[in-house]
Design a protein around this ligand. Structure first.
Ligand code: SF4
Length: 253
């Protein structure tokens, strides 16, 4: 666990565990000691992965059961849907920085099967975890952020943001020159069998819009402008009061 200085006032969030002069490597190590909310009891934290100068940052909700066990992002069933979509769009997974809005897997044990069942993080947990994500964004400085599902989109774009209404649309934000939001790939897996192919096609169509944006060259020129003005200081506090609460899986997308 990162040691707090004597004078630092605890914030009750991940901010208390952010190391000085952070780098991705330091953050990745420090996150395992985070006690910014009670989800540290749920297992190990899974931090973002990918090139430190990735053009695209993909933000999901939280690691799943497979991810928590493996210690890596998007390696479970949702990750396979994600891989297929980026593959179809001509974007290599190795070029992506993949992370989540919440670094611990929130779960409850199913009384019958004893399996760990996903629980959606609540507003307090999302807010408490946000400093990790802020620092990842500040360090990677992606040209494009892709938010997967409601938790990631609302964490970044505000509680009134609707993925259903605004999926696949190129959005301006303080976090990156362009932000796209789409559904979480787990929603494709949860779609009724007759709807699944269509749901995956729509997801791929959204990811193709990201690829089109990157290939226009607009992204590169915008990056030159925005990199100079963004993240001139570390925004370590930013508890966002506008993050919505959510307690059901259906709120993900
Ligand atoms: S979910 Fe985030 S804030 Fe909560 S303990 Fe884990 S890393 Fe810390």
């Amino acid at each position: 666990m990162t040691k707090r200085t004597e004078t630092a006032k605890p914030t009750g969030s991940a901010t208390d565990f952010i190391p000085p002069r952070p780098t991705l490597a330091k953050l990745r190590s420090a996150v395992q000691g985070c006690r910014g909310c009670n989800l540290f009891k749920c297992g190990r934290a899974v931090f973002g992965e990918g090139p430190s100068r990735a053009r695209v940052m993909v933000i999901g909700e939280q690691p799943g059961d497979v991810e928590e066990r493996a210690g890596h992002t998007f390696v479970g069933p949702s990750g396979k849907v994600l891989d297929r979509a980026f593959d179809a769009a001509g974007i290599d997974r190795d070029d992506l920085y993949l992370t989540n809005a919440v670094k611990h897997f929130k779960w409850a044990k199913d009384a019958r099967t004893k399996r760990r069942i996903h629980k959606t993080p609540n507003a307090g947990e999302i807010r408490a975890c946000f400093p990790w994500l802020e620092h990842e964004i500040a360090l990677v400085k992606p040209e494009v952020i892709v938010c997967l599902g409601a938790v990631a989109a609302k964490a970044l774009l505000g509680r009134t943001f609707s993925v259903t209404k605004s999926r696949g649309i190129q959005l301006k934000s303080e976090w990156a020159p362009v932000v796209f939001a789409t559904v979480h790939p787990s929603s494709v897996l949860r779609a009724p069998s007759g709807e699944r192919i269509r749901a995956e096609r729509m997801f791929v169509a959204d990811i193709r819009k990201v690829a089109r944006y990157l290939s226009t060259g607009a992204a590169a020129s915008q990056r030159a402008v925005d990199r100079s003005r963004k993240f001139s200081r570390w925004p370590t506090t930013a508890p966002r009061s506008d993050i919505s609460s959510g307690s059901t899986r259906s709120s993900r997308a």
